[in-house]
Design a protein around this ligand. Sequence first.
Ligand code: 13P
Length: 341
Amino acid sequence: MNPDNLIKTANAMVCKGKGILAADESTPTCTKRFNAINVESTYESRKEYRDMLFTTDGLEEFISGVILYDETIRQSTTCENKKPIPDYLTSKGIIPGIKVDTGAKELSGFPSEKITEGLDGLRDRLKEYYSMGARFTKWRAVITIGDNMPSDACIYSNAHALARYSSLCQESGLVPIVEPEVLMDGEHTIEMCYEVSKRVLNVVFEQLMLQHVMLEGIVLKPNMIISGLNTPSQANVERVAEMTYKCLIDNVPSDVPGIAFLSGGQSSDLASAHLNKLNELYQNDMPWNLTFSYGRALQQDAIDTWGGSNRVKGQEALYFRAKCNGYATKGLAGDMIKTMM
Ligand code: 13P
C-alpha cells in the first residue's frame, strides 16, 4: 500500500465541482430497471446502456469516478478501438471503481435485518480488479429502521465487515467507499433517522479505527438525514440540510477527505436540492468536501429517455443531472433546481 496514492485518489474522487456516478447495479437490479422501460436485459443490452452513459461528451467535467459492476469492468466500449471500459474511463480522466460486496443477505437470528457479504476471497478479487485499472471500491451495508430495529447485532456485524473490507482494500492500493446506508423506507421521523444514523456512524468509525484503516484514504458514502418515505409530514429542504450537517459534523472525523451521499430513492430533483442546500449553507464550516455518489438520481432520466435506443437523448439527460449535481457541490445549483421543482 502506498498511502500517498490512496490519499491522492480519495481527494480526486471528492474534489469540488465533481462527484461519482454509481453504475454498479447488479444484474437483477439492472434487469428490474430495464423491465420498467420494456427493454430486455441481456449481456449486450446492459453493455450498450452502460456504454451510452460512459461515452457522454463532457461527462468528466462533473464526474470524478464511476462505480462499475463485475460484468461491466470486463466489457469494452463501442468507441476508440473497443477499449476496455476501465481504460476508456481512465483516458477520459474518470477514475474507475468497482463494487466488491456480494450483496446484503438475511442476518441470521434477526429476521428483517441484513448483513452484507463478500469478505471471503476478497483479497484475491481486489488484486484482479486493481490489475484491470480499478482504483477504488464500494461496499454497501444496509440498516433498516423499524420496530426494535436496527439491532446492535446488525450495526456491529455490518460495521465490522465494512472495516475488514476497508483494510483489505487499502492494503491492495484501492480507496474504499464506506457505505453504511440507513434506508429511507418506513414511517419514521427525521429525528429518528438522525438518531439511528448517528449510532451507526459512531460504530462504523470505531470499527474502522480498530482495524487501522487510514481515514485520509477512504470516502464515506452515507444517507442524508431525511424523513421516512411514508411519513405524512416530510421535513423540508432546509431542515434536511440542517440535520444532515449536524449529524456529520458531530460524528465524522475531520481526517476523512470527503463525503459522497447516496440518493437512496429520493427523486433526482430533491437529491440535488438537498446537496445544494447543504453546500450553500455550510461549505465553509466543514473539514471535508460534500458531494454525490448517486445511482438512481443521476440515471433515472437517462434510462427513461434512452429507452433502449436513443443514445443522444439519454446522454443529454445524464449530462444535465451530472452538471446540476456538480454545481450543487458548490451550492451554486439554486437557479437550475428552481426551474426543475
Ligand atoms: P442510489 O443513489 O440509487 O441510492 O445508489 C447509490 C448506490 O451506490 C447504492 O449502493
